[in-house]
Design a protein around this ligand. Sequence first.
Ligand code: NI
Length: 268
Amino acid sequence: MSQPTIELTSDQIEFYHREGYLVIPDIATSHEIERMRGIYDDLFARRVGREEGNQFDLAGTDEDDKEAALPQILAPSRYAPELKQVQFATNALAIARQLLGSNASAMGDHAILKPPFHGAATPWHQDEAYWSPDWHYNSFSMWLPLQDATLDNGCLQFVPGSHRLEVLPHHSIGNNPKIHGLEVDEADVDRAVACPISAGTCTVHHNRTLHYAGPNNSPVPRRAYILGFGIAGVRRTTPRSFPWNDAKQTPRQERAKQAELAAPSTLE
Ligand code: NI
C-alpha cells in the first residue's frame, strides 16, 4: 500500500470536532480525479449492482423504466476494485486515524450522481438516521467530487455544530415510503455553511451533522464519491427507534431480497 501524502494540522482536527465538518484540500491529484471519473461514469453507464439493489434512485420511486433523479451505487469498489487502490483511499484512511484514532477503519463506499439540469436536491438530513438505531456511532463520511463542486451543481452545505444534536425525526422524501432518501422533519438551518470546493478537495462530515446539497443546475453531471470511516460500533443500552426506516418499502429492498433468495446458500 502507498504512503499517505497528506497530514491534518491540529487546527483542522480541532475544527472538525468543534464544527462537525471540515474542508480538506489536496487529497487527490487532478490526474487521479480524471482516472476515477472514467471508472465512475462506466459503473453508472453499465448500471452495475442494479439487480442486487446496490444501484437505485435515491430521490425517486426507482421503477426500471424511469430515469433516476438521483442515481446512487452502494459499494462501487465491489464492481471496480481499482477504486480501492487509489492514493485518495490511502490519504482518507490516514485522515480517519487522525480524526477518530488508530482503530478507525473503512466502512464502505458509495457514489451519488446528480445528472445535468434535472438532478434532484438532497434534502437536509443526518446520515445516522439511515442506520440501525441499536448502535452507538463515531464515524464520518468523506465526500470527494470528481469535478469542481459549486452552489450551482450541488456542493454540500452543513449546519455547524449540529453533530452534537441527537438524531432528529426524519421521513421519506415526499412522505413516500417507496423512496429511499430521507429528509429531516424540522431543523434550524439558518446558519448553514455552503462548501463549494474544487476537484481534488474533499469535505468530511460527522454521522450526525445536518447536511444538504442543492439540485444540479449546470450542464455537466455532478459526481460525488464517498468513503465512510468509523470505530466499530458499541451496542446501545438505551433503546431508540427510527420509525421512518421501519415504514420503508422500496423497490431497492425488494431487488436485494430477490437477489439474496437467488444466491446459493453459504451454509452447505
Ligand atoms: Ni448524507
